[in-house]
Write a protein that binds this ligand. Structure first.
Ligand code: SAM
Length: 396
Protein backbone atom coordinates (compact mmCIF):
# COMPACT_ATOMS: atom_id res chain seq x y z
CA UNK A 1 0.00 0.00 0.00
CA UNK A 2 1.38 3.38 -0.90
CA UNK A 3 0.96 5.68 2.05
CA UNK A 4 1.26 9.40 1.60
CA UNK A 5 3.78 11.16 3.81
CA UNK A 6 1.87 13.34 6.16
CA UNK A 7 4.46 16.12 6.14
CA UNK A 8 4.80 18.81 8.78
CA UNK A 9 1.54 19.93 10.33
CA UNK A 10 0.99 23.52 11.24
CA UNK A 11 0.18 23.31 14.99
CA UNK A 12 -2.43 26.08 14.59
CA UNK A 13 -4.13 24.08 11.89
CA UNK A 14 -4.47 20.96 14.03
CA UNK A 15 -7.80 19.62 15.11
CA UNK A 16 -7.74 17.21 18.01
CA UNK A 17 -7.02 13.54 17.48
CA UNK A 18 -7.84 11.19 20.30
CA UNK A 19 -5.66 8.04 20.37
CA UNK A 20 -7.92 5.24 21.47
CA UNK A 21 -5.09 2.73 22.02
CA UNK A 22 -5.20 -0.95 22.93
CA UNK A 23 -7.38 -0.38 25.99
CA UNK A 24 -10.23 0.05 23.51
CA UNK A 25 -10.20 -3.69 22.82
CA UNK A 26 -12.58 -4.53 25.63
CA UNK A 27 -16.30 -3.92 25.17
CA UNK A 28 -17.48 -0.64 26.60
CA UNK A 29 -17.38 -0.11 30.31
CA UNK A 30 -17.79 3.14 32.17
CA UNK A 31 -14.00 3.43 32.57
CA UNK A 32 -13.12 3.27 28.90
CA UNK A 33 -16.17 4.97 27.47
CA UNK A 34 -15.68 8.21 25.54
CA UNK A 35 -18.16 10.96 26.50
CA UNK A 36 -19.84 12.56 23.50
CA UNK A 37 -18.34 15.96 24.37
CA UNK A 38 -14.85 14.47 23.95
CA UNK A 39 -15.66 12.91 20.61
CA UNK A 40 -17.27 15.89 18.88
CA UNK A 41 -15.30 17.45 16.02
CA UNK A 42 -12.46 15.01 16.60
CA UNK A 43 -10.79 12.18 14.77
CA UNK A 44 -10.62 9.11 16.98
CA UNK A 45 -7.61 7.10 15.90
CA UNK A 46 -7.82 3.31 16.01
CA UNK A 47 -9.99 0.43 14.87
CA UNK A 48 -13.50 1.68 14.25
CA UNK A 49 -15.31 -1.26 15.88
CA UNK A 50 -13.30 -0.90 19.06
CA UNK A 51 -13.80 2.86 19.14
CA UNK A 52 -17.50 2.66 18.34
CA UNK A 53 -17.96 0.37 21.36
CA UNK A 54 -16.76 3.21 23.56
CA UNK A 55 -19.18 5.82 22.24
CA UNK A 56 -22.48 6.50 24.03
CA UNK A 57 -25.79 4.94 22.96
CA UNK A 58 -28.21 7.03 20.87
CA UNK A 59 -25.87 10.00 20.48
CA UNK A 60 -25.54 10.39 16.70
CA UNK A 61 -28.01 11.85 14.16
CA UNK A 62 -26.45 10.62 10.92
CA UNK A 63 -23.84 8.05 9.92
CA UNK A 64 -22.03 8.14 6.59
CA UNK A 65 -19.92 5.04 6.02
CA UNK A 66 -17.53 4.37 3.15
CA UNK A 67 -16.24 0.97 4.28
CA UNK A 68 -13.61 -1.26 2.66
CA UNK A 69 -15.04 -2.58 -0.63
CA UNK A 70 -13.28 -5.96 -0.46
CA UNK A 71 -12.34 -5.57 -4.14
CA UNK A 72 -10.46 -8.89 -4.24
CA UNK A 73 -8.05 -7.58 -6.88
CA UNK A 74 -5.65 -10.19 -8.19
CA UNK A 75 -2.41 -9.11 -9.84
CA UNK A 76 -1.55 -5.72 -11.27
CA UNK A 77 -4.08 -3.91 -13.41
CA UNK A 78 -2.55 -2.33 -16.52
CA UNK A 79 -3.79 -0.02 -19.28
CA UNK A 80 -3.45 -0.93 -22.99
CA UNK A 81 -0.17 1.10 -23.05
CA UNK A 82 1.13 -1.17 -20.23
CA UNK A 83 1.08 1.63 -17.61
CA UNK A 84 -0.07 0.48 -14.17
CA UNK A 85 -3.55 1.54 -12.95
CA UNK A 86 -3.60 3.13 -9.50
CA UNK A 87 -6.19 0.66 -8.18
CA UNK A 88 -7.30 0.08 -4.59
CA UNK A 89 -4.91 -2.66 -3.45
CA UNK A 90 -4.46 -1.41 0.10
CA UNK A 91 -4.24 -3.67 3.12
CA UNK A 92 -7.35 -2.13 4.66
CA UNK A 93 -9.37 -3.42 1.73
CA UNK A 94 -8.23 -7.04 2.07
CA UNK A 95 -10.23 -9.77 3.82
CA UNK A 96 -9.42 -13.49 3.91
CA UNK A 97 -12.93 -14.55 2.89
CA UNK A 98 -16.49 -13.33 2.39
CA UNK A 99 -17.24 -14.72 5.86
CA UNK A 100 -14.54 -12.48 7.36
CA UNK A 101 -15.88 -9.49 5.48
CA UNK A 102 -19.42 -10.23 6.63
CA UNK A 103 -18.36 -10.59 10.27
CA UNK A 104 -16.54 -7.23 10.10
CA UNK A 105 -19.50 -5.57 8.35
CA UNK A 106 -21.98 -6.81 10.94
CA UNK A 107 -19.73 -5.73 13.81
CA UNK A 108 -19.40 -2.10 12.70
CA UNK A 109 -23.01 -1.83 11.53
CA UNK A 110 -24.35 -3.16 14.85
CA UNK A 111 -22.29 -0.56 16.72
CA UNK A 112 -23.43 2.22 14.38
CA UNK A 113 -27.01 1.20 15.04
CA UNK A 114 -26.42 1.37 18.80
CA UNK A 115 -24.91 4.86 18.67
CA UNK A 116 -27.64 6.20 16.33
CA UNK A 117 -30.52 8.13 17.88
CA UNK A 118 -33.91 6.42 17.38
CA UNK A 119 -34.69 8.88 14.56
CA UNK A 120 -31.18 8.71 13.11
CA UNK A 121 -30.30 7.39 9.67
CA UNK A 122 -27.29 5.84 8.00
CA UNK A 123 -25.83 5.98 4.49
CA UNK A 124 -23.43 3.26 3.34
CA UNK A 125 -21.68 3.55 -0.01
CA UNK A 126 -20.30 0.58 -1.89
CA UNK A 127 -19.77 -1.10 -5.24
CA UNK A 128 -21.09 -4.37 -6.64
CA UNK A 129 -18.28 -6.12 -4.73
CA UNK A 130 -19.77 -5.43 -1.32
CA UNK A 131 -23.04 -3.48 -1.38
CA UNK A 132 -25.30 -6.55 -1.61
CA UNK A 133 -23.60 -8.13 1.40
CA UNK A 134 -23.96 -4.81 3.26
CA UNK A 135 -27.66 -4.63 2.34
CA UNK A 136 -28.33 -8.11 3.74
CA UNK A 137 -26.50 -7.25 6.95
CA UNK A 138 -28.48 -4.02 7.32
CA UNK A 139 -31.80 -5.83 7.06
CA UNK A 140 -30.68 -8.66 9.35
CA UNK A 141 -29.62 -6.14 12.01
CA UNK A 142 -32.99 -4.36 12.04
CA UNK A 143 -32.26 -1.30 9.92
CA UNK A 144 -35.07 -0.22 7.57
CA UNK A 145 -34.05 0.54 4.00
CA UNK A 146 -35.34 3.93 2.83
CA UNK A 147 -33.66 4.25 -0.58
CA UNK A 148 -30.80 2.97 -2.64
CA UNK A 149 -29.14 5.85 -4.43
CA UNK A 150 -27.06 5.43 -7.52
CA UNK A 151 -24.09 7.77 -7.76
CA UNK A 152 -23.52 7.87 -11.51
CA UNK A 153 -19.96 9.01 -12.14
CA UNK A 154 -19.51 11.73 -14.73
CA UNK A 155 -15.92 10.62 -15.34
CA UNK A 156 -15.56 6.92 -14.50
CA UNK A 157 -12.39 4.93 -15.00
CA UNK A 158 -12.62 3.01 -18.30
CA UNK A 159 -12.71 -0.78 -18.36
CA UNK A 160 -9.16 -1.33 -19.61
CA UNK A 161 -9.51 -4.96 -20.57
CA UNK A 162 -12.76 -4.46 -22.48
CA UNK A 163 -14.23 -7.58 -20.89
CA UNK A 164 -17.04 -5.94 -18.94
CA UNK A 165 -19.23 -2.84 -18.95
CA UNK A 166 -17.53 0.32 -17.69
CA UNK A 167 -18.13 0.39 -13.96
CA UNK A 168 -19.66 3.86 -13.87
CA UNK A 169 -21.59 4.00 -10.61
CA UNK A 170 -21.56 3.27 -6.91
CA UNK A 171 -24.58 2.50 -4.79
CA UNK A 172 -25.55 4.10 -1.51
CA UNK A 173 -28.07 2.53 0.82
CA UNK A 174 -29.97 4.93 3.04
CA UNK A 175 -31.55 3.29 6.08
CA UNK A 176 -33.32 4.33 9.24
CA UNK A 177 -32.34 2.77 12.55
CA UNK A 178 -35.64 0.96 13.01
CA UNK A 179 -38.43 -0.40 10.91
CA UNK A 180 -41.14 2.19 10.40
CA UNK A 181 -39.05 4.85 12.15
CA UNK A 182 -40.87 8.16 12.30
CA UNK A 183 -39.41 11.62 12.44
CA UNK A 184 -36.11 10.98 10.70
CA UNK A 185 -34.65 14.04 9.02
CA UNK A 186 -35.29 14.47 5.32
CA UNK A 187 -35.10 18.08 4.16
CA UNK A 188 -37.45 17.47 1.28
CA UNK A 189 -38.48 21.08 0.66
CA UNK A 190 -34.92 22.44 0.70
CA UNK A 191 -33.71 19.73 -1.69
CA UNK A 192 -36.61 20.39 -4.02
CA UNK A 193 -36.14 24.17 -3.91
CA UNK A 194 -32.49 23.71 -4.90
CA UNK A 195 -33.45 21.40 -7.75
CA UNK A 196 -35.56 23.70 -9.94
CA UNK A 197 -38.55 22.87 -7.72
CA UNK A 198 -38.44 19.20 -8.79
CA UNK A 199 -38.21 16.29 -6.34
CA UNK A 200 -34.63 15.06 -6.04
CA UNK A 201 -34.36 11.59 -7.56
CA UNK A 202 -32.39 8.60 -6.40
CA UNK A 203 -29.88 8.80 -9.29
CA UNK A 204 -27.19 11.40 -8.70
CA UNK A 205 -24.84 12.46 -11.49
CA UNK A 206 -21.61 13.77 -9.99
CA UNK A 207 -17.95 13.70 -10.99
CA UNK A 208 -15.24 11.80 -9.14
CA UNK A 209 -13.05 13.80 -6.79
CA UNK A 210 -10.35 15.36 -9.00
CA UNK A 211 -8.43 18.63 -9.43
CA UNK A 212 -7.68 20.91 -6.49
CA UNK A 213 -10.08 19.02 -4.20
CA UNK A 214 -8.06 15.80 -4.51
CA UNK A 215 -5.50 15.69 -1.70
CA UNK A 216 -1.92 14.91 -2.72
CA UNK A 217 1.10 13.70 -0.80
CA UNK A 218 4.52 15.35 -0.97
CA UNK A 219 5.35 13.09 -3.91
CA UNK A 220 2.39 14.55 -5.82
CA UNK A 221 0.53 11.24 -5.79
CA UNK A 222 -3.05 10.87 -4.51
CA UNK A 223 -3.11 10.94 -0.72
CA UNK A 224 -5.92 8.36 -0.61
CA UNK A 225 -7.16 5.98 -3.32
CA UNK A 226 -10.88 6.49 -2.64
CA UNK A 227 -11.34 10.11 -1.53
CA UNK A 228 -15.02 10.90 -2.08
CA UNK A 229 -16.20 14.17 -3.68
CA UNK A 230 -17.44 16.80 -1.26
CA UNK A 231 -20.48 17.35 -3.49
CA UNK A 232 -21.69 13.83 -2.69
CA UNK A 233 -21.32 14.34 1.04
CA UNK A 234 -22.86 17.81 0.89
CA UNK A 235 -26.02 16.40 -0.64
CA UNK A 236 -26.22 13.66 2.00
CA UNK A 237 -25.52 15.97 4.93
CA UNK A 238 -28.00 18.60 3.73
CA UNK A 239 -30.67 16.00 2.98
CA UNK A 240 -30.52 14.03 6.20
CA UNK A 241 -29.29 16.32 8.97
CA UNK A 242 -29.80 19.80 10.39
CA UNK A 243 -27.30 22.39 11.62
CA UNK A 244 -25.85 21.31 14.98
CA UNK A 245 -26.56 17.60 14.34
CA UNK A 246 -23.83 15.00 14.93
CA UNK A 247 -22.54 13.19 11.83
CA UNK A 248 -20.35 10.12 12.39
CA UNK A 249 -18.04 8.55 9.79
CA UNK A 250 -16.45 5.25 10.88
CA UNK A 251 -14.13 5.14 7.83
CA UNK A 252 -12.97 8.73 7.82
CA UNK A 253 -10.05 8.46 5.36
CA UNK A 254 -9.09 11.99 4.34
CA UNK A 255 -11.98 13.49 6.31
CA UNK A 256 -14.39 14.37 3.50
CA UNK A 257 -17.33 13.96 5.88
CA UNK A 258 -15.66 16.15 8.51
CA UNK A 259 -14.83 18.90 6.03
CA UNK A 260 -18.39 19.01 4.71
CA UNK A 261 -19.92 18.77 8.19
CA UNK A 262 -17.82 21.70 9.40
CA UNK A 263 -18.67 23.84 6.35
CA UNK A 264 -22.37 23.10 6.86
CA UNK A 265 -22.46 23.79 10.60
CA UNK A 266 -22.81 20.16 11.74
CA UNK A 267 -20.65 18.42 14.37
CA UNK A 268 -18.62 15.41 13.26
CA UNK A 269 -16.98 12.33 14.76
CA UNK A 270 -14.35 10.68 12.55
CA UNK A 271 -12.94 7.20 13.11
CA UNK A 272 -9.82 6.16 11.19
CA UNK A 273 -6.91 3.90 11.90
CA UNK A 274 -4.31 5.10 9.42
CA UNK A 275 -2.15 7.93 10.86
CA UNK A 276 -1.22 9.28 7.41
CA UNK A 277 -4.87 9.68 6.42
CA UNK A 278 -5.61 11.24 9.80
CA UNK A 279 -2.88 13.83 9.25
CA UNK A 280 -4.35 14.76 5.88
CA UNK A 281 -7.84 14.96 7.35
CA UNK A 282 -6.67 17.18 10.21
CA UNK A 283 -5.09 19.76 7.93
CA UNK A 284 -7.98 19.67 5.52
CA UNK A 285 -10.66 20.24 8.15
CA UNK A 286 -8.68 22.94 9.93
CA UNK A 287 -8.55 24.87 6.64
CA UNK A 288 -12.34 24.76 6.13
CA UNK A 289 -14.51 27.72 7.03
CA UNK A 290 -18.03 27.35 8.37
CA UNK A 291 -20.89 28.86 6.39
CA UNK A 292 -22.69 31.73 8.17
CA UNK A 293 -25.38 30.14 10.42
CA UNK A 294 -28.20 32.26 8.98
CA UNK A 295 -27.49 30.78 5.54
CA UNK A 296 -27.77 27.23 6.84
CA UNK A 297 -31.33 27.30 8.12
CA UNK A 298 -33.50 25.01 6.02
CA UNK A 299 -36.76 26.49 4.74
CA UNK A 300 -39.65 25.23 6.83
CA UNK A 301 -41.19 22.13 5.33
CA UNK A 302 -44.57 23.09 3.85
CA UNK A 303 -46.40 20.40 5.75
CA UNK A 304 -44.88 21.73 8.99
CA UNK A 305 -46.28 25.21 8.37
CA UNK A 306 -49.72 25.92 9.82
CA UNK A 307 -52.53 25.70 7.29
CA UNK A 308 -54.15 29.01 6.43
CA UNK A 309 -57.65 29.26 5.01
CA UNK A 310 -58.14 31.90 2.31
CA UNK A 311 -61.20 33.01 4.27
CA UNK A 312 -58.89 34.01 7.15
CA UNK A 313 -57.05 36.38 4.80
CA UNK A 314 -60.34 38.00 3.77
CA UNK A 315 -61.70 38.08 7.33
CA UNK A 316 -58.43 39.58 8.56
CA UNK A 317 -58.85 42.37 5.99
CA UNK A 318 -55.51 41.50 4.38
CA UNK A 319 -57.47 41.42 1.13
CA UNK A 320 -60.60 43.45 0.49
CA UNK A 321 -63.84 41.89 -0.70
CA UNK A 322 -64.29 42.75 -4.37
CA UNK A 323 -60.55 42.75 -5.16
CA UNK A 324 -59.92 41.44 -8.65
CA UNK A 325 -57.23 38.74 -8.74
CA UNK A 326 -55.37 37.81 -11.92
CA UNK A 327 -52.78 35.23 -12.93
CA UNK A 328 -49.18 36.38 -13.47
CA UNK A 329 -49.81 37.13 -17.17
CA UNK A 330 -53.21 38.82 -16.57
CA UNK A 331 -54.98 36.26 -18.76
CA UNK A 332 -57.57 35.23 -16.16
CA UNK A 333 -59.55 37.18 -13.58
CA UNK A 334 -61.57 36.34 -10.46
CA UNK A 335 -63.22 38.47 -7.78
CA UNK A 336 -62.83 37.97 -4.01
CA UNK A 337 -66.09 37.24 -2.14
CA UNK A 338 -66.74 37.79 1.59
CA UNK A 339 -66.94 34.06 2.42
CA UNK A 340 -63.38 33.33 1.23
CA UNK A 341 -64.36 32.02 -2.18
CA UNK A 342 -63.67 33.69 -5.52
CA UNK A 343 -65.84 34.05 -8.61
CA UNK A 344 -64.86 33.81 -12.28
CA UNK A 345 -67.36 33.97 -15.16
CA UNK A 346 -70.18 33.50 -12.66
CA UNK A 347 -68.68 30.32 -11.16
CA UNK A 348 -67.89 30.36 -7.45
CA UNK A 349 -65.30 28.17 -5.74
CA UNK A 350 -62.04 28.03 -3.79
CA UNK A 351 -58.91 29.80 -5.05
CA UNK A 352 -57.57 26.37 -6.08
CA UNK A 353 -60.72 25.13 -7.80
CA UNK A 354 -61.29 28.33 -9.81
CA UNK A 355 -57.57 28.51 -10.66
CA UNK A 356 -57.74 24.98 -12.06
CA UNK A 357 -61.02 25.68 -13.86
CA UNK A 358 -59.88 28.81 -15.74
CA UNK A 359 -56.77 26.96 -16.94
CA UNK A 360 -58.61 23.75 -17.82
CA UNK A 361 -56.33 21.80 -15.46
CA UNK A 362 -57.23 19.10 -12.92
CA UNK A 363 -55.54 20.95 -10.05
CA UNK A 364 -53.93 24.27 -9.21
CA UNK A 365 -52.20 25.90 -6.23
CA UNK A 366 -54.33 29.03 -5.95
CA UNK A 367 -51.89 30.67 -3.54
CA UNK A 368 -49.19 30.88 -6.21
CA UNK A 369 -51.49 31.17 -9.25
CA UNK A 370 -53.56 34.18 -8.20
CA UNK A 371 -52.00 37.63 -7.86
CA UNK A 372 -53.13 41.03 -6.67
CA UNK A 373 -51.84 44.38 -7.83
CA UNK A 374 -49.65 46.31 -5.39
CA UNK A 375 -48.25 49.69 -6.52
CA UNK A 376 -48.73 48.73 -10.16
CA UNK A 377 -46.97 45.37 -9.77
CA UNK A 378 -48.44 41.89 -9.47
CA UNK A 379 -47.74 39.96 -6.27
CA UNK A 380 -48.87 36.36 -5.59
CA UNK A 381 -51.44 36.08 -2.82
CA UNK A 382 -49.04 33.60 -1.18
CA UNK A 383 -47.30 36.73 0.18
CA UNK A 384 -50.47 37.45 2.17
CA UNK A 385 -50.44 33.90 3.54
CA UNK A 386 -46.80 34.35 4.66
CA UNK A 387 -47.68 37.69 6.31
CA UNK A 388 -50.65 36.06 8.06
CA UNK A 389 -48.47 33.20 9.39
CA UNK A 390 -45.86 35.65 10.62
CA UNK A 391 -48.49 37.69 12.45
CA UNK A 392 -49.94 34.50 14.01
CA UNK A 393 -46.45 33.35 15.11
CA UNK A 394 -45.80 36.73 16.75
CA UNK A 395 -49.15 36.65 18.52
CA UNK A 396 -48.62 33.08 19.83
C1 SAM B 1 -13.03 3.68 1.43
S1 SAM B 1 -11.93 4.53 2.47
C2 SAM B 1 -12.84 5.98 3.00
C3 SAM B 1 -12.43 7.23 2.25
C4 SAM B 1 -13.14 8.49 2.74
N1 SAM B 1 -14.56 8.43 2.52
C5 SAM B 1 -12.58 9.75 2.08
O1 SAM B 1 -13.35 10.48 1.42
O2 SAM B 1 -11.39 10.00 2.21
C6 SAM B 1 -11.96 3.50 3.89
C7 SAM B 1 -11.10 4.02 5.03
O3 SAM B 1 -11.38 3.21 6.16
C8 SAM B 1 -10.18 2.98 6.89
N2 SAM B 1 -10.38 1.73 7.62
C9 SAM B 1 -10.49 0.49 7.11
N3 SAM B 1 -10.74 -0.40 8.09
C10 SAM B 1 -10.82 0.30 9.23
C11 SAM B 1 -11.06 -0.05 10.58
N4 SAM B 1 -11.27 -1.31 10.95
N5 SAM B 1 -11.07 0.94 11.51
C12 SAM B 1 -10.83 2.23 11.16
N6 SAM B 1 -10.59 2.62 9.90
C13 SAM B 1 -10.58 1.67 8.95
C14 SAM B 1 -9.09 2.93 5.83
O4 SAM B 1 -7.84 3.27 6.37
C15 SAM B 1 -9.61 3.93 4.79
O5 SAM B 1 -9.05 5.19 4.98
Amino acid sequence: MRLARAGAIDPKARIQVLRTGPSARAPSSSSDSIPLSEALDRILAGDCVETLRRLPDASVDLVFADPPYNLQLEGTLTRPDASVVDAVDDDWDKFASFADYDAFTRAWLAECRRVLKPNGTLFVIGSYHNIFRVGTALQDLGFWLLNDIVWRKANPMPNFRGRRFTNAHETMIWASRDAKAKGYTFNYEALKAGNEDCQVRSDWFLPLCTGAERLKGEDGAKAHPTQKPEALLARIVMAASNPGDVVLDPFFGTGTTGAVAKKLGRRFIGLERDPAYIAHAERRIAACAQTAPELLLAPAAKREEPRVAFAAIVEGALLNVGTVLTDAKRRHQATVRPDGTIMASGIVGSIHKIGALVQGLPACNGWTFWHREVDGKLEPIDALRAAYREAMAKAA
